[in-house]
Design a protein around this ligand. Structure first.
Ligand code: NAD
Length: 316
């Protein structure tokens, strides 16, 4: 093993954390030192699959690593991330950064005071669709985003995955972060509606955001859809761009002399989670600023929390 490889661990190796473990085990720039999960059988299974060690405690793993991915349920982000930061670990913390804005602010402050990298897992920013969009984006005037997923399966002793928080914090947060990044303007007005169907919090929500620069975004997120779908459509003065995150494909419509011209967008497909983790390892190695750090993630969370508050107030 080269001395330049980053010693990493994964905390929480459930549905998503197993893929963090797989990618670190394959990345030449990283050494997967071990995994920790409050479910020891799951930790042992994933450690065996990727040729690493299951650790008995998070603190024991923290002592052996320089950096970690935190892939535990959202309501556990704060306790796990703050413990690891206190042990001087650089973090890739899954989205949303935390369950509340107070917790998010405390994590950002702790990472900053210790000069540690805090990257947040807003993985769509590493989707090749976004790279294309950033290259042709001018001033978006209207954005429409849809993010639909089937209801997660029931499981014993725990709520279905993700349902410990509203669909706004679980799924819509991806689009909120992307749209704040694309529009670069303050949100002046929020109009939101949301309904709990199968869980205790909203399972489907729609929001219309009006930005100070005049842009309007209409966003729908659902975790009770029969088919998964993740799309964004952007209207700007010279073009209409329609992109599909899931299939990494899309079209662009431009005004030509003979009418509207439709072209397929040139996208080179890749694995967004791999790009995200590679970028995290590089940021730690070079102490570069992550593409989506604690501040960007906290801004998206603050907007998500404001949306939940607004939709729970009911029609105004
Ligand atoms: P999951 O329930 O499948 O897995 C969570 C794992 O964490 C479980 O194995 C559980 O035993 C373990 N765990 C719980 N508390 C723990 C603790 N205190 N310490 C160590 N392990 C603990 O959930 P998931 O779907 O993998 O989601 C995990 C996180 O990943 C959530 O924050 C979720 O929002 C995020 N997520 C992000 C994306 C994305 O697109 N970026 C996709 C899915 C999930």
């Amino acid at each position: 093993m080269s001395t330049n490889t980053l010693k990493v661990g994964v905390i929480g190796v459930g549905s998503l954390g197993q893929w963090h473990a797989r990618i670190y085990s394959e990345l030449p720039s990283a050494q997967l030192v071990g995994v920790f999960d409050t479910n020891p059988a799951r930790a042992a299974e994933i450690a065996a699959r990727y040729g690493t060690r299951p650790y008995p405690t998070m603190e024991a793993l923290a002592a052996d690593i320089t950096a970690a991915s935190v892939v535990v349920p959202t309501h556990r982000h704060f306790e796990v991330a703050s413990t690891l930061l206190s042990h001087n670990a650089h973090l890739l913390l899954e989205k949303p950064i935390a369950a509340s804005t107070t917790e998010a602010e405390q994590l950002v402050a702790l990472a900053q005071s210790k000069n540690l990298i805090l990257q947040v897992g807003h993985v769509e920013r590493f989707n090749p669709v976004m790279r294309y969009l950033e290259s042709i984006l001018k001033q978006p005037r209207f954005i429409e985003a849809h993010r639909l997923a089937p209801y997660p399966p029931a499981r014993e002793g725990a709520a279905p995955r993700g349902t410990e928080v509203s669909v706004v914090l679980d799924l819509m947060i991806h689009d909120l972060e992307v749209i704040l990044h694309l529009v670069q303007s303050e949100v002046n007005h929020i109009h939101a509606v949301g309904v709990p169907i199968l869980s205790r919090s909203e399972d489907i929500a729609n929001v219309r955001l009006c930005f100070a620069n005049g842009c309007v975004a209409n966003i729908t997120a659902s975790r009770i859809s029969p088919e998964p779908l993740r799309k964004i459509r952007i209207f700007q003065e010279d073009a209409y761009i329609s992109l599909d995150y899931k299939n990494q494909a899309g079209e662009i419509y431009r005004k030509g002399l003979l009418g509207i011209k439709k072209e397929a967008v040139p996208i080179e497909k890749d694995e967004p989670l791999l790009s995200e983790l590679r970028s995290f390892v590089e940021c730690v190695a070079t102490h570069a600023t992550p593409r989506i750090g604690g501040r960007e993630a906290s801004r998206a969370l603050a907007l998500a929390v404001a949306i939940v508050q607004r939709l729970r107030e009911g029609p105004s």
